[in-house]
Design a protein around this ligand. Structure first.
Ligand code: PLP
Ligand code: ZN
Length: 394
C-alpha cells in the first residue's frame, strides 16, 4: 500500500509528532491530526484512477495511514449510497436534498469507518488490547473490528445505552462494563484500565486514526457528486469526529485540486444535549460540560467533546452553522424519512432532516442549495425510537 503520511500535527499548539509511533493526545491535551505529503499524492494519483477500485472506504489508500496490506482489517465498510430525496426535498422546500446512508455499513453505523482504520493501525503498531468508553455504537464497531483482527476490546458504556449495542459488544467477544452515568462517566473505567491493565486508549479523538477512517465519508461524497461540492452538509455531532473528518477531506481534496469549492458544514445536536450548538451561538471557541444530558439520539449524548474546538472551527471556517432540534422533531423526521424516502434512519441521522427544515425556515438554507444529510446509522438499532416514530406506542 502507498505510504504518504508525513507526520502528526497538533491543531492547538502546532507541535509536530512522528508518525509510526504510538500516540494518544498531544502534550497540550489536543487531539492529533494525520498529515500527508499532498504534493506527492497529487503527482501519484488522479481522480480517474479511482474508477476501477473496490467499493469500500479503502479505495483511497493514498489518503489513509495504513501501509501494510496485512494490517488492514476490512469488512466492506464505506462507499455507501448517496441517495436523492426529491419528494422530501420538495415537501420541505429544499428540492435538491440528498441522504448519505451510513446505515448500510457493518454494525449498521458509520462508526465502522473509524473502527476499521483505528483497529488496522492498532494492529500495525503492535497493540493487543484496546479500550474505549462509548454511547453505544462505537463500542459495537470497535468490538466487531477487534474480533475480526483478533485484538482484545474493552468497552464501557452507560447502562441505558441501546440494548442492541450491549448485546453486539458481548457477541463480538468484548469485555463490557456498564456504568450508572453517561459516556463521560464511562471514561473513568477506561482510564483505570489504561493505567492498571495496560490497555491502549482508543477513546474518541484520543488516538489519531479514527478521524482518518471517518474522513472517507467526505472523500466519498465528493466523488459520488462528480467532484462538485454540495452547498451544505448537515451532520449530527456527538464527539464530532465525523465532521472533523469531513473537514479534513474537504481541505485535502482542495489541496489536491480535486474540488474547487468548500461545502458549508452544518452541525446539529439534540436540545437535551447541545453543548457545541450553545458554544457556537455564544461565539465561544470551546463548549462547556452539558449537565443532565438527555435525548433519544443516544449517539449525541456527549456532554463535552474533546474536539469541540475543531468542530467549531470547521463550522465557522466553512461558513456553516449549528442548530439544536427537539426529540419530538427527531421522531417526526424519522417518520418522514421512512414514509417519503424509504430510509429507516437512526434518531441521530433523522436529526439532520429536522435541522435542515429549521434552517430552511430561518433562511440559512435556500431552495437552490444542494444539501446532503448524513444518516449516520440504521434505525434498526433503536427499536424504541422506531416504535415512537411508527406511533405503535405513544
Ligand atoms: C457516534 C454517532 C454519532 C456522532 O458521531 P461523532 O463522530 O461522535 O460526532 C452520530 N450518529 C450515530 C448513529 C452515532 O453512532
Ligand atoms: Zn499540542
Amino acid at each position: 500500500m502507498p505510504g504518504f503520511v508525513s507526520h502528526l500535527s497538533c491543531p492547538r499548539c502546532g507541535e509536530r509528532h512522528d508518525a509510526g509511533e504510538l500516540h494518544n493526545v498531544c502534550a497540550c491535551g489536543s487531539p492529533l491530526l494525520v498529515e500527508y505529503y499532498l504534493d506527492r499524492i497529487r503527482s501519484a494519483l488522479s481522480r480517474e484512477d479511482l474508477g476501477s477500485r473496490r467499493p469500500t472506504m479503502w479505495r483511497y489508500p493514498e489518503l489513509l495511514p495504513v501501509r501494510e496490506t496485512a494490517d488492514l482489517v476490512s469488512l466492506g465498510e464505506g462507499y455507501t449510497p448517496l441517495v436523492p430525496m426529491p419528494r422530501i426535498g420538495r415537501a420541505v422546500g429544499l428540492p435538491d436534498l440528498w441522504v448519505k446512508d451510513e446505515g448500510l455499513n457493518p454494525t449498521g453505523t458509520f462508526k465502522a469507518r473509524g473502527a476499521s482504520c483505528g483497529i488496522s493501525m492498532a494492529r500495525a503498531l503492535g497493540i493487543r488490547e484496546v479500550a474505549l468508553p462509548t454511547a453505544g455504537n462505537a463500542g459495537a464497531a470497535w468490538a466487531c473490528y477487534g474480533a475480526a483482527a483478533g485484538l482484545g476490546v474493552h468497552v464501557a458504556m452507560p447502562y441505558d445505552a441501546p440494548l442492541a449495542n450491549q448485546v453486539e459488544c458481548r457477541l463480538y467477544g468484548a469485555e463490557v462494563t456498564l456504568v450508572d452515568g453517561l459516556i463521560s462517566d464511562a471514561a473513568g473505567v477506561v482510564d483505570a484500565g489504561v493505567r492498571d491493565r495496560g490497555w491502549f486508549d482508543v477513546s474518541t479523538l484520543r488516538e489519531p486514526y479514527r478521524i482518518e477512517g471517518k474522513k472517507t465519508l467526505g472523500l466519498e461524497m465528493a466523488e459520488q457528486l462528480g467532484w462538485a461540492s454540495p452547498d451544505a452538509i448537515v451532520y449530527p455531532a456527538g464527539g464530532g469526529v465525523g465532521i472533523i473528518g469531513i473537514w479534513r477531506a474537504v481541505e485535502q481534496l482542495r489541496a489536491l485540486g480535486w474540488i474547487d469549492r468548500v461545502p458549508r458544514l452544518v452541525v446539529t445536536q439534540a436540545e437535551g444535549c447541545a453543548p457545541i450548538v450553545k458554544a457556537y451561538e455564544e461565539g465561544k471557541d470551546e463548549s462547556r460540560f452539558w449537565e443532565g444530558a438527555d435525548t433519544i439520539a443516544t449517539g449525541l449524548r456527549v456532554p463535552k467533546a474533546l474536539g469541540d474546538f475543531l468542530v467549531l472551527r470547521a463550522v465557522r471556517e466553512t461558513g456553516g452553522t449549528a442548530v439544536a432540534v427537539s426529540d419530538e422533531e427527531i421522531v417526526d423526521a424519522m417518520r418522514v424519512l421512512a414514509r417519503d424516502g424509504g430510509i429507516l434512519a437512526s434518531p441521530e441521522g433523522a436529526a439532520t432532516l429536522a435541522a435542515a427544515m429549521r434552517l430552511q425556515q430561518r433562511g440559512d438554507l435556500d431552495p437552490a442549495d444542494r444539501v446532503v444529510l448524513i444518516n449516520t446509522g440504521t434505525g434498526l438499532k433503536y427499536p424504541e425510537a422506531l416504535e415512537l416514530a411508527a406511533e405503535v406506542r405513544r
